[in-house]
Each structure stands twice: as structure tokens, then as C-alpha cells.
Ligand binder design. Structure first.
Ligand SMILES: *[C@@H]1O[C@H](CO)[C@@H](O)[C@H](O)[C@H]1NC(C)=O
Ligand SMILES: *[C@@H]1O[C@H](CO)[C@@H](O)[C@H](O)[C@H]1NC(C)=O
Ligand SMILES: *[C@@H]1O[C@H](CO)[C@@H](O)[C@H](O)[C@H]1NC(C)=O
Ligand SMILES: [Ca+2]
Ligand SMILES: [Ca+2]
Ligand SMILES: [Ca+2]
Length: 384
């Protein structure tokens, strides 16, 4: 008897039996062994494939179970699969060390498909009544059950029967992937001579699925220097250069980057008055981002010396674009440029690094009569 069984099992391995498949697409139902509650026939190979819509999973409950017992369920068995993963194998009437019966266990599919295979071999030692089970589709709580980062909502998850949806915190927009939250970062323009720029939310992780541009735009004649903080964290890859997230800088005909990883780019002297910064992030990862301070220097003008008997203000070791100097003379002197006289005189450092004019000289004031063209009557009065 035992030997015959072994031979038959071997033969079945080589010549798999023809399996009868029953497709079920109902939201609930019952499956039972053939002839139930009468004893099930020999040589049955039957499979129920239960499919429910996406967003549901299947629960299977047993009402009755009675099959021929055998070591490791080699003879007759009921197997439950989900996504080609074997969830359970049952046989016999009660649990033993090596075999199990469903008892009160509820089996839940991994996704929306569950298969139940029922097999009986060529003989039954006794009469066995088989099984009866119920199945029903239940909602998957994606918000609670999904652990795969690529499937979970970036900010808020809302479960509903048959599906779920994601939403974003205030100030963010749902990306077209319906999962990640991007920031609406219309080009920000910086026109101050110095400032600070950071990735959105810095130092908290930057938003996903976003392309943000920042433009520093100063007058011609200024040169912008960027300096990144040491705290720098942009998603990278050990072998490929910045395939996910990156920062790129353009300054006229010069490009810097892409930058990513944890090594701060440090100081970048762009030599330009207009700088464009692009920061791209993809739909995954949690990285802290970046922060930079920018400063600008104008073209430098040559140092100036005060004229003899005169002063200049402010007195600096160097002067750059946009700096103004006011010249004045000692009492009794006035500034003279050509045939014009001034009490004070301003010159400006220009974008090309040249002063707006030469430094006038301080000349001794001439007599007031010649110097001031006062009305003659008044002049006479003063003089008399
Ligand atoms: C039934 O389900 C199993 C397991 O999911 C699968 O391998 C098999 O292809 C399905 N059969 C049919 C005919 O769909
Ligand atoms: C996102 O949702 C919209 C509307 O619900 C749908 O039309 C679109 O196909 C979804 N996109 C993705 C990538 O799932
Ligand atoms: C971005 O620009 C678009 C069109 O230029 C505008 O409709 C939208 O309100 C802007 N968004 C923000 C956050 O400034
Ligand atoms: Ca049997
Ligand atoms: Ca759901
Ligand atoms: Ca990323």
C-alpha cells in the first residue's frame, strides 16, 4: 500500500495531473470539496482562483474541515496560495506536530488574488467529508499596511473602501504621481547685494518631485560669490553622478555642478552679476538639503589720495563699485575743477573700476568780490 502510494506520487511528479481551475470573481462566496458534505472522491485536483478588485484583499474562513491525515500532508491536502506564495497547507482532522487543520484561523491574501488547491490521491483509508469555507473581499487599509516607501503617501494618507488617496500639507501640491508632495517654487529672484538661500523646509528634509529655481540678479559691475554651508545633504549614488537629486549653478557662460552627496561644494566665485541655481529632487528619499550665503563685490577702483589742503570721506583702504567719496577743503580753500569752484565735490566708483572724474584740487579762495558775483549795490555796501 505505502509503496504503491510512493510510486503514484513519483509518477504524479513526472506526469502532473490535469488541474481543474474554477475562477471566482465575486466579492464573497463559498467553496467546498466535491460532494460535500458527503465524502470527497479520489484523484481530485481542483483549484479555485479567487480574484477581487484592486484595493481589496480576500479573507478565507473555514466552517468545516475533514481530510485524510498523512505525514506532511503527502496524500490529500488543501493548499492556499497568494501571489504564488504558499500561505498554508492543511490535512487531517486536527493539528499534530507536523500537520495542521484550519480550525478558527482566518487566512488573508497578500493582494487581491487567492488560490485554494484541493487534491486527493488515489485512495482514502476511510470516508472523509472534506471542507467548506467562506471567502469575502475586505478593504485594504493602504495607509496602515503599506510599508514600501514607493507606495506610501508622502504626507497624508486617506483610506477608503476599495482604495486610498494622498494629500499634502499646506503650501505643497500633489505631484502627478498622486503620492508625493512637491513645492510650487516659482523662480525666486534675489536682488540684495548679499543674502541667504536654502532648500525648501531646510533643515528639515526637502520636498520631493520638485524643480526649484533661484536667481540672484545684481547690477552689472558686481561679482557674486556663493558659499555653501557644511550642512549639505542631497541624495546621491555611489557610482553614478547625481542621478536622483542635484543642484546646478549657471553664471553666464560658466556652469557649476551638478552637486549632490554630503560634501559641501564650499565657496564658488562666479565672477558674474547674475547667477541661476536649479535644485531638482525626485520622488523618493529623505535628505536635509542645503543652505548658501551669497555675497557680492563690485569692481575695485584705484585708491585715492586726498588733495593737498583737502579731505576725502569716507577714508577706506579700497573702494568698489557704487562707493561714493565726498571731497572737501580746509577753511580758506575751495575745490576747483576747470574754471568752476565747489564747496564740496562727489565722485563715484563706477562699474568699470574707474572713478567718475579726477580729484579736483583745493585752491586758496580768491577775494570775495571776485569770487562771488554779488549784486554791485550789495558789494559796494560791504566794501564801504
Ligand atoms: C490561479 O492562481 C495561481 C496562483 O495565483 C496562478 O499561478 C495560476 O496561474 C492561476 N490560474 C489561472 C488559470 O489563472
Ligand atoms: C492620479 O489620479 C488621477 C485622478 O484621480 C488619475 O487620472 C491618474 O491616472 C492618477 N495618476 C497616477 C500616476 O496614478
Ligand atoms: C506660480 O506661477 C503661476 C503662473 O506664473 C501662478 O499662477 C501661481 O500662483 C504661482 N504660484 C506661487 C506659489 O507663487
Ligand atoms: Ca486520499
Ligand atoms: Ca482602502
Ligand atoms: Ca530624492
Amino acid at each position: 500500500m505505502e509503496l504503491t502510494r510512493v510510486i503514484v506520487i513519483l509518477a504524479q511528479c513526472v506526469w502532473p495531473l490535469w488541474t481543474q481551475v474554477i475562477h471566482l470573481t465575486d466579492m464573497y462566496g463559498t467553496i467546498k470539496s466535491p460532494n460535500f458534505p458527503e465524502s470527497y472522491p479520489k484523484e481530485i485536483d481542483l483549484q479555485w482562483n479567487i480574484t477581487v478588485p484592486d484595493g481589496y484583499q480576500i479573507r478565507l474562513y473555514f466552517m468545516h474541515f475533514d481530510m485524510e491525515p498523512s505525514y506532511l500532508c503527502e496524500y490529500d491536502y488543501l493548499k492556499v496560495y497568494s501571489d504564488s506564495e504558499e500561505l498554508a497547507v492543511f490535512c487531517g482532522k486536527e493539528n499534530t506536530d507536523t500537520e495542521q487543520v484550519p480550525a478558527d484561523n482566518v487566512i488573508t491574501s497578500l493582494r487581491n488574488v487567492l488560490s485554494v488547491a484541493f487534491r486527493s490521491d488515489f485512495s482514502n483509508e476511510e470516508r472523509y467529508s472534506g471542507f467548506e469555507a467562506h471567502f469575502s473581499a475586505v478593504d485594504v487599509d493602504e495607509c496602515r499596511d503599506r510599508n514600501d516607501e514607493d507606495l506610501v503617501c508622502d504626507h497624508f494618507c486617506h483610506n477608503y473602501i476599495g482604495g486610498f488617496y494622498c494629500s499634502c500639507r499646506c503650501g505643497f501640491l500633489l505631484h502627478s504621481d498622486n503620492r508625493t508632495c512637491k513645492v510650487e517654487c516659482n523662480e525666486s529672484v534675489y536682488t540684495e547685494r548679499s543674502g541667504e538661500i536654502t532648500s525648501a523646509d531646510f533643515p528639515k528634509p526637502y520636498p520631493k518631485s520638485s524643480d526649484c529655481t533661484y536667481r540672484i540678479e545684481l547690477e552689472e559691475g558686481f561679482q557674486i560669490t556663493l558659499e555653501f554651508d557644511d550642512t549639505f545633504d542631497i541624495e546621491d549614488h555611489p557610482e553614478v553622478t547625481c542621478p536622483y537629486d542635484f543642484i546646478k549653478i549657471n553664471a553666464g557662460d560658466k556652469d557649476f555642478g551638478p552637486f549632490c552627496g554630503e560634501q559641501s561644494p564650499g565657496k564658488i566665485q562666479t565672477g558674474r552679476n547674475i547667477v541661476n541655481i536649479l535644485f531638482h529632487s525626485d520622488s523618493t528619499g529623505e535628505n536635509l538639503g542645503w543652505k548658501l550665503t551669497y555675497t557680492s563685490t563690485g569692481s575695485e577702483c584705484s585708491p585715492l589720495a586726498a588733495p593737498l589742503n583737502g579731505h576725502l570721506e569716507p577714508l577706506q583702504s579700497n573702494y568698489i563699485f557704487k562707493d561714493h567719496i565726498t571731497l572737501t577743503c580746509d577753511p580758506g580753500y575751495s575745490l576747483r575743477q576747470g574754471d568752476k569752484e565747489f564747496e564740496y565735490y562727489q565722485i563715484e566708483c563706477q562699474r568699470d573700476g574707474k572713478w567718475s572724474s579726477d580729484v579736483p584740487l583745493c585752491k586758496k579762495k580768491e577775494s570775495q568780490r571776485r569770487h562771488r558775483s554779488l549784486p554791485s549795490i550789495l558789494t559796494n555796501q560791504i566794501l564801504s
